[in-house]
Design a protein around this ligand. Sequence first.
Ligand code: NAD
Length: 285
Amino acid sequence: MKIRKVGVLGCGLMGSGIAEVCARAGYDTVVREVSEELVEKGLGKIQGSFAKAVEKGKLDAAARDEALGRLSGAVDLRDLADCDLVIEAIVESLEEKKKTFGVLDETLKEGAIYASNTSSLTITQIAMSTRRPDHFVGLHFFNPVPVMKLVEVVRTLLTSDEVYQTAFEFARSIGKEPIACRDNSGFIVNRLLVPYLLDAIRALEEGVGSVEDIDKGMQLGCGYPMGPFTLLDFVGLDTTYYIANIMFEEYREKRFAPPPLLKQMVLAGRLGKKSGRGFYEHGKK
Ligand code: NAD
């Protein structure tokens, strides 16, 4: 199976990064958002990231121009019909993902591979909304996508060997380190990471320490590159809240239950870096 053209659904935090690494690796890449305005905003984010890479000497101007030339935006899902691989990175909602794949399934060419970047839903749940669950894998990237090396490549009971192998090789071809995961909510990394992040919020609720001291404790005491609250602000508190609810629903274990403070912060619009304020202040948004 040969991948030449990649479609990316969603151009938020993750979709923009995924589209960027695909275009940089030489794939024709089309990224889809729900409105022209969001397409422009998303492409602007990618251009900004390219500019930073050039500034830091990680990319030369000619390579940037070539990558930008391979990148386009779309609102109409039919514009992705000739893609060989479509990677979904839209909001963490089973209903939204099913709806989008349902429409895409009508137009996407035969033999194309579907992938989801979901953090917490099972790939099987999403795959079953299409006519070709054997062509469905999980490709779970990490934030920020251009920097983080890991991709979890997830197979379901129905994923064909050839599709799985192609997806694994694709992850390598864009400069990532793939690891193999069986389909379960949270795969490997979030299954271990999410309870830790939620526990940090519970420790804060219980007054064990301040945001800054809990972060410093885990950074200096465990050698983590950043503390849990800094990471939560990067991931997005809304996304973390969706993920916790889904994992709790799946496992029915308290360690996955979203703490009340997380819910309150989401309701209050404190979503982390993306909204300008989460556990920390982030500029003037
Ligand atoms: P985000 O809120 O930054 O972006 C989601 C984007 O999807 C938005 O721009 C929204 O307009 C768009 N969107 C919504 N419905 C759409 C549709 N039907 N078609 C196309 N675009 C649509 O969220 P994110 O952090 O980029 O997360 C996206 C996915 O990636 C989620 O499934 C999430 O669980 C997963 N993920 C997130 C992280 C993280 O650190 N944030 C890490 C790995 C995986």
